[in-house]
Structure formats: structure tokens, C-alpha cells
Design a protein. Structure first.
Length: 135
């Protein structure tokens, strides 16, 4: 489940107070979020996508990139071109490419399409490890 109206902010100094009783607000490590974008309008928001993991039921932060493990011998540039995406990183020796998806609304759809593509072995939505501390 994606929350397209959400706003995510990085709060390393813990200056933003979040009312945990209010279901519209939440915290993931040093990131704080508003499901509908309210309350954080004047703050600089990260370009992260808030979603709910279907398996765990927990909120996760997505970067908007899809990691794609592809079959040996395919033309990666053609794969990327077929979906109108751009390459963020490419690791040819392990047959993995990270693709930028411009729209959070299209992220789920493109991921599903890639999973059904016979050139693709698997995909994974790129998530932020919000438990990792920034120094």
C-alpha cells in the first residue's frame, strides 16, 4: 500500500514532535512522516515514498528505485527503454540494475510489469534502512 500524499522528513536532531496517538503521523528511525502531508508543509521533505509492507504490516520508506535482477545475455538498455525508465546504477557482472521511476504512482505498476517480463528474474523495491544512523 502506497501513500502518495505523504510527506517524509529527516529529523536527525529530533526537533519535530510527533503525536504517536495521532494515526496520521509516525516515525521510522530518524525519519518522521505525515500520511496526508499535513503538519510538515513548511519543512524540507525528502523525496521518499511512504508505503506499508504487505507481509509485516509496518511502514517502510522507498527511494523510488527498483532493483532488477535480469537474465544473462539480455540487452539492458533495451529493457530500460521499453519501460521509459533511466538507470541509476548498473552492476553488469552480477546482472543487476537499479532503475529510477519518476512517479510514485507508477512504481507499483512498473514493478508488476517487470516481474512479468521474461527477461527479468526478480525485482525489489529499494528501501531506506531507517535504523542506520547518520553521523
Amino acid at each position: 500500500q502506497f501513500f502518495p500524499d505523504s510527506v517524509v522528513v529527516f529529523d536527525s536532531k529530533n526537533v519535530i514532535s510527533v503525536d504517536i496517538k495521532n494515526k496520521n503521523f509516525g516515525q521510522l528511525g530518524q525519519y518522521k512522516f505525515s500520511l496526508d502531508g499535513s503538519g510538515f508543509a513548511k519543512l524540507k521533505a525528502n523525496k521518499l515514498i511512504l508505503a506499508k509492507d504487505n507481509l509485516s504490516g509496518h511502514h517502510v520508506l522507498l527511494t523510488g528505485k527498483i532493483s532488477v535482477k535480469y537474465k544473462r545475455g539480455i540487452d539492458v538498455n533495451q529493457l530500460v527503454q521499453d519501460y521509459g525508465l533511466s538507470i541509476s546504477s548498473h552492476f553488469a557482472n552480477i546482472h543487476r540494475v537499479f532503475l529510477e521511476v519518476n512517479s510514485s504512482e507508477k512504481l507499483q505498476y512498473i514493478n508488476k510489469m517487470l516481474l512479468n517480463d521474461n527477461r527479468v528474474l526478480n525485482t525489489k523495491l529499494d528501501m531506506v534502512d531507517y535504523n542506520q544512523f547518520v553521523r
